[in-house]
Design a protein around this ligand. Structure first.
Ligand SMILES: Cc1ncc(COP(=O)(O)O)c(C=O)c1O
Length: 501
């Protein structure tokens, strides 16, 4: 077979149909037969299987490559669609979006310029307008799809930084260089906000230390009295708060910062308000809980991750802005791609707004999702898991084996195995760590872990409406058994030592 026979074109359309169908059939069989969310294989066991593949010896035949793929990937993949996958912020995906994945990678549009994407550009623009309208950002809003929440946050921080520099320059009697202004810039974000905000500050030349963590209340929401005090302190010290980053759905707790009060403080201080709704954006399509996002419409920029609470495959995210003119801070006109004259002629080149150049047509997934199941359908899925989290919280709260940190607003639960009796916090930490590891090794379920107030905790992220309260009760029993077994093994002198530590 010549190499050209592998190119997808008019002459190979039949091969494409056959091979992709075969691949889809294998994955469908696999999904139907998956009994546990993961196999529990260790890196040491799987690495030799992958390393043994000679990449310079092609198999030629897609069926043989798919057979091989069973061993190197499908057999041990982590299956987010399984009801006992309760780990990170990964959702099971909706079929219309997976169908769109097949379409978009086959046509392979690149969304940077109109001359590479035509309808794709317009579809993306419609979805940005649709999302901005759901947020309530007004007529001047715009935005662009990105690769994920991290990139959306980086993009928003870049715009906020350059808007702040512009404002400082305009207010300065003497000319100022950007380099003179950057050291004065600060970002205020809740201590429970996502680390990508701090990373963005570092990438944007401000350093990690430019992000000042604002303390949270007992429900892990930003304390607005602390925010107000910090805004005043920065002003008094001649610092420029380039953005307040509020979170609508913190990664660990799903907590939603008090957006109306934060918006008020930002307006008063003349500060850019960014809302990281990477997780909480699913509420935009909820018929029962949209009010939890009240205040988001006052943001200057918003991050939404459709690949979290809109049940979309990775990757699918967007950054939205209230004032489309701020997107110019990401504009670069390249002669070969998007010359100034194209903008003057109103050619819709999305690259003018993006920090990426070649860019996937991820928007198609959301498009087909809305066209097949509708926004209400997506909202119902998310509402179901928020209901489930509320029931699971009651279960945990009534269970003497566990302590649960906060009552969830969204669909995460952070808790800790904490049996009654004489167990030191350090030993309890290790029991929780071991319980999580042992559970993963068994393949029975996946739970996440995090650290709260210096202590190791366990975390459920519930995004699968097929997960039941029985699944949760079963996983709690498994965790308690693993933790208790570890504690029993440690009983004796070690336990006394741990108590002292
Ligand atoms: C609140 C929040 N913001 C941003 C991100 C980063 O998103 P991504 O992983 O899509 O880059 C996450 C990821 O969990 C998140 O929870």
């Amino acid at each position: 077979m010549s190499s050209t026979s592998h190119l997808l074109n008019d002459q190979t359309a039949e091969d494409y149909r056959r091979w992709v169908t075969e691949g889809v059939e294998r994955v469908a069989d696999k999904l139907a037969r998956t009994e546990t969310p993961l196999s529990g294989i260790t890196p040491a066991e799987l690495a030799p299987v992958v390393d043994a593949i000679d990449l310079d010896q092609p198999l030629g035949d897609p069926s043989a490559a798919l057979d091989e793929l069973e061993r190197v990937y499908l057999r041990d993949a982590v299956y987010f669609h399984h009801p006992r996958y309760l780990g990170h912020l990964n959702c099971p995906v909706v079929i219309p979006a997976v169908l769109a994945e097949a379409v978009l990678s086959s046509v392979n549009s690149s969304l940077d310029t109109w001359d590479q994407s035509y309808g794709g550009t317009l579809i993306e623009r419609r979805l940005i307008d649709w999302t901005a309208a759901r947020i309530g950002l007004g007529d001047t809003a715009d935005g662009v799809f990105t690769s994920g929440g991290t990139q959306s946050n980086l993009h928003a921080m870049l715009l906020a930084r350059d808007e702040a520099c512009r404002a400082v320059r305009e207010a300065s009697p003497a000319p100022l260089r950007k380099a003179d202004i950057l050291p004065r810039l600060r970002v205020l974000a809740s201590e429970c906000g996502h680390f990508s905000i701090a990373k963005s500050a570092a990438l944007l030349g401000l350093g990690y230390e430019a992000v000042i963590p604002v303390p949270c209340d007992e429900n892990r929401r930003m304390r607005t009295d602390a925010l107000a005090a910090e805004l005043d302190r920065c002003r008094d010290e001649g610092l420029v708060v380039m953005a307040v980053s509020a979170t609508a759905g913190t990664t660990d707790f799903g907590s939603i910062d008090p957006l109306p009060r934060i918006a008020e403080l930002c307006e008063r201080a003349g500060t850019w308000l960014h809302v990281d709704a990477a997780y909480g954006c699913g509420l935009l399509v909820s018929n029962r809980r949209r009010h939890l996002l009240d205040g988001i419409e006052r943001a200057d920029s918003v991050t939404v991750d459709y690949h979290k609470s809109f049940y979309q495959p990775v990757s699918s995210s967007a950054v939205l802005v209230r004032d489309r003119s701020t997107l110019r801070h990401a504009t670069y006109h390249a002669d070969y791609l998007n010359p100034v004259r194209a903008a003057e002629n109103l050619i819709p080149n999305q690259v003018d707004k993006s920090i990426q150049t070649t860019r996937r047509f991820d928007a198609l997934k959301l498009w087909l999702t809305l066209r097949v199941m509708g926004a209400d359908g997506v909202g119902e899925l998310f509402d179901d898991v928020v209901d489930l989290a509320a029931d699971a919280w009651k279960l945990l709260n009534d269970d003497p084996r566990f302590e649960v940190v906060t009552e969830p607003q969204l669909s995460t639960l952070v808790f800790r195995y904490a049996p009654a009796g004489d167990v030191s916090p350090a030993l309890c930490d290790r029991a929780n760590l071991r319980a999580r590891e042992a559970l993963a090794a068994s393949g029975e379920a996946v739970v996440a872990g995090t650290v709260v107030d210096g202590r190791h905790h366990l975390k459920f992220t519930l995004l699968n409406p097929r997960t039941t309260l029985d699944d949760i009760a079963h996983v709690l029993d498994l965790l308690a058994d693993h933790a208790q077994r570890y504690l029993s093994e440690q009983a004796g002198p070690e336990r006394g030592h741990a108590r002292a530590s």
